[in-house]
Design a protein around this ligand. Structure first.
Ligand code: AMP
Ligand code: ZN
Length: 113
């Protein structure tokens, strides 16, 4: 996806503060953090949002749950807790149309607003 910001980060054309990478997923710090820990976790496969998910994506998105768990643990959030947020579409305020999960932690007030 030539004009997708997150595909450009995956390709290394735009820098990001990466905290996790494997063959299928990337985790990097949000450029405008809303919490002491604010990481975006994405599949390397370009999927615009939850509405675009298909049945064949189920195993990939299942593995994503475990990546979220691992990053949260690595960030020291396992005991204190964390919030996972996905924005899908206009009313949710989605601005980057490459599916991503916000991992928020390090505070008892975890909101994107
Ligand atoms: P959403 O509203 O769910 O689409 O959120 C997109 C998120 O991407 C926002 O929290 C932005 O701060 C974040 N963001 C935008 N550009 C970058 C970038 N170059 N590197 C890291 N995060 C970014
Ligand atoms: Zn993309």
């Amino acid at each position: 996806m030539a004009d997708c910001l997150f595909c450009k980060i995956i390709a290394g054309h735009i820098p990001a503060d990466q905290v996790y990478e494997d063959e299928e997923f990337l985790g990097f710090k949000d450029i405008a953090p809303k919490a002491p820990v604010h990481i975006l976790v994405i599949p390397k496969k370009h999927i615009a949002n939850l509405e675009e998910l298909e049945g064949e994506d189920a195993p990939l998105m299942g593995r994503l749950q475990l990546v979220l768990q691992k990053i949260a643990r690595d960030q020291g959030l396992a005991d204190s807790g964390y919030r996972i947020v996905n924005n899908c579409g206009r009313d949710a305020g989605q601005v980057v149309f490459h599916i991503h999960y916000h991992l928020l932690g390090g505070s008892s007030r975890l909101n994107l607003d």
